[in-house]
Ligand binder design. Sequence first.
Ligand SMILES: [Zn+2]
Length: 550
Amino acid sequence: MSPPERLRIAGGAVHDPANGVDGEVRDVCIENGRIVESLPPDAPRLDARGMIVMPGGVDIHAHFASSACNHARRVLPEEHAADPVRAPALLEGEGPPRSGTGGTVPSTFSTGYRYAGLGYTTAFDAAVAPLMARHSHAELDDTPILDAGFFVLMGNDEYLLRLIDAGERDRARDYAAWLLGATGGYAIKIVNPGGIEAWKAGQRNLTELDQPLAGRRATPRAILETLADAANALRLPHPVHIHCNNLGRPGNAATTLATMDALSGRRAHFTHLQFHAYGGEGGRWASGAAAVIERINAHPEFSADVGQVMFGPATTLTADGPVEYLLQAASGRKWVNIDVELETGCGIVPFSYREKIAVSTLQWAVGLELFLLAKDPWRVVLSTDHPNGGSFLSYPALIRLLMDRSARDEALKAANPKLLAGSALADGLAREYTLNEVAIVTRAGPARLLGLRHKGHLGPGADADVTVYARDPDIAKMFATPRYVIKAGRLVVEEGQLRRAPRGSRLHLRPGYDPAVLRDLRRHFEAFSTVSFDNYAVREVPGPPLEITG
Ligand SMILES: [Zn+2]
């Protein structure tokens, strides 16, 4: 037997909110990839005196490992030329190090390196078409360091819609369970319920919860209820993950609130809430953040990630094809729009958010209002919907905006105020996030919302994913350049340099279901799919599925 691998992170100020630790100076002990209570005094030490110690970051919603991302990479050769990524100087035997490209949609290896360089050790791709699940697993195989998984798109799936039309909600739950296992996915994702199918079928979009798809009974409401109930009945670790109807449209806060009303009492996660929190009437833009966040505050069964917009380049990339049609028409930029057989769609438009543009500024302000008016940071966590609102590399700048009111006020002064009448941010919000609140919205909160019991905290038994920051008066710089990052007990970043790039593990589920669903499903595949039923399921998902403990 080889000796246990041990490390004592000694003397840092520890922020471990899941265990009630708020900046106390203490040691964090690691043995064989897990946090342990204590170690013998002669165990190897990492001197963290004067530094800040947090669990590794957990990204609940980003797009970095999908066929859609690959289409985006193809459309953006100019970004590859502008941001080449050299192979990191990994230690001997820790390679081979891989070069790649950066920009808003980095190549696979660069994605793993850059997330780790930022102190993030776990991330989920938030939108994978079931048919393209193999592609996502292949990309994740080449995305080092991160423990990762993905959410499976179901809100516009032809077979599910047929079951809803027929009122077969139990069958729909079994189908959702089968689909998660067949794809090696982690959670159920809904994007623009029914609206993508409407777009593909020439109905353009669905804008009201009770508007049926042409020629069918299924409505956005029925899709939302069916899949929210399925996730909860299956005791999935993460509830249904919802991108509401009418993303990015003025006045869409009304739709978001109606969706919350429809799901009241059911556990549900509302994603990139910023893109769904615009007030205003008759096509005029205004902030609707206050009403939307008040609803989240009042409903402990709901959670959200913000989807903050950051000024600078972005790539909008979503299953919501009709939204991208509108964005392309407004921006005149190049674009991609693809139907994914019977399952979903995909649209891509490169974009840039600018201080001088009134709508960009409004979106930026709405996101900050959601953060600053949220009462419970455990339920309203950080995202930029990478790369839609901005790259994950902008998280440190976002953290500065949350922690430093004067930085926020400076940014606000430089921004176009035209649409900010009635905005809480423009009226002045004094709140400044504490380090512990930052630790909640970037690691402890997302881990809890994802049901990852071994992540987002530093208690005994937790995965030894740890980030150590050297204090710096420049908050953005501090969060952008951790001094040490430890992944599963191994030092991947040392003295700010990436030194090791081990493979991460795959986070996936295989819920149980009544196999009676398979007979009809097989017929459906034979009649309509280009892929045979027997070849559809992903065979070699690395590692066992996570246990569903409810
Ligand atoms: Zn997204």
